[in-house]
Design a protein around this ligand. Sequence first.
Ligand code: ZN
Length: 222
Amino acid sequence: MNARDVWAVFTLLFVLAVAVFSAFMINSGEEPTIVASMATAAVAVYLYVVYKRYRVELVPEDDLKLFIDPEDLAILCDIYGLPSVGSPSRLMHRLALQSRAHADQHFIWVAPRLMRRIPSGLAVGPEEDFGEPPEDAHELVARMVSDNALGKRAAMPLVWGKRRSSVRLRRMTACPICDSEVTHRSLVCERCGADLEFYDALAESRIGHRLVAEKGGVRGKH
Ligand SMILES: [Zn+2]
């Protein structure tokens, strides 16, 4: 059962529970129109929260190469419900397999964290199925450990084909990751080294917003 099916079952159970509770309230003498409007509101709030939080953008396979910090790969795996342990190349390979499997989709459903701890068919497949990482993942790891990776990074495109622009940099007041003040003298944060434009553009997406929040949390931003 994948995350989408899990949410379909959850939603059905939630709607059934609301219907049963509503029937009970009406039987107890409550005004049916009030009960019906409260039940509708409860279902609407549920659907809104689930849709906003658990249906996130899929990072296309080509864009995965832009995530050169291994920490980002681990956080992405965690958000998508994939195992988040292993070498950067293994994390990258997991994400690439997922992107390839859903190449025709912009959004995918992810299961809540609590559900992921319950052993089930939610995982994309057993670890041994992954095999040897592809050649481009090896290149990526080589670039990660390269001393001048940061310099090259500023020339890299942003996710989802967004363009780098000085306008974006100028309107930023704080680093998306560590919240320190942006001086507008550098493309990267002078305190934590984050690529300012990359994370600012990333945070405009649901999954990016969560990644940036988790990465910032790890570094004691809050
Ligand atoms: Zn920073």
